[in-house]
Design a protein around this ligand. Sequence first.
Ligand code: SAM
Length: 236
Amino acid sequence: MWYFVVALVVVVTLIWQMTDLKARVVDLIARNLREPKGLVGHLVRIILGKGNASLENETVKHLNIQPDHKVLEIGFGPGIGLNAALEKVEHSSGKVYGIDISEQIVESAQRRFKEAIKRGKLEIRLGSAMELPYEDDLFNSVFHTNCYYFWPSLEQGISEMKRVLKPGGIMLTGLFYDALLTSTRKGFLKYGPNWRPELYIEKLKEGGFVDVAMETVTKPSGHTGHSYQVIFASKP
Ligand SMILES: C[S@@+](CC[C@H](N)C(=O)[O-])C[C@H]1O[C@@H](n2cnc3c(N)ncnc32)[C@H](O)[C@@H]1O
C-alpha cells in the first residue's frame, strides 16, 4: 500500500513541476483575491470570511461608529465588516454602504443581507474605488481591509475617499502586515502591486489627509498568531 502512496506522491510532484501547475494555481488565487469570480471566487470568499473575520471586526471597532453615522466599506468581500458596522447603526438613523468590484461578491452580499437592504439600512453597489458613486461629504467614515493593494491608482482611490468623506470624517484600513509579506513572497499579491502600507501612508498624506498613522495592535484578535495593523487618516 505504501508503495502506491509513494508512487502517487512522486507522480503528483513530477506533474506539479513539469506542467508548472503550482504557478497556475498561484496565479488563479491571485486573480481571485483581486476579483473573486466563478468556483475559485466562491472558495476564496469562504476562506477570506474565515481568515479575515477578526480583522474586519476589529477594524470596525476602531471606527467608533455612532448610531446615526453613514459608513462605507470598499471591497467588502464576504461581508463580515458590513455586518459588524450594521450592528452599530441598527436602531437609529445610521446607514451602511458597501461597494465591490466583483459581481459575484455583490450578488452574494445582496442575498445574505436581503433583509437589511429591504429595511434601508444597507446599500450595496457594484463599482470601483476609482469612481465612488456617492455624493461629496456623505460619510462619517470609510474603511477597507485588504483592498487598496488592488487599486489601479492609489492617488485616485484616496482622492475619491476624501471627496465622499465629511470634513472631520475618518478613513481606516486594516491589514495583517506579516501575512502581507508572506502573500507577496508566495506570489498571491501578483495583481496587488500597491500593497506596501508605507506607500499608501505617503499617498494619503500627499492626498491631503491629516493625522495619518499606522498602529500595530497586539491584543488577541482571534486570528491565531497575528497582531494586526490599522492605518488611520482624517479628512481636515
Ligand atoms: C482580498 S479581497 C478582501 C476582502 C475582505 N475585505 C477581507 O479582508 O477579507 C479584496 C476585495 O476587494 C475587491 N476589490 C478589488 N479591487 C477593487 C476596487 N478597485 N474597487 C472596489 N473593490 C475592489 C475585490 O472584489 C474583493 O472583494
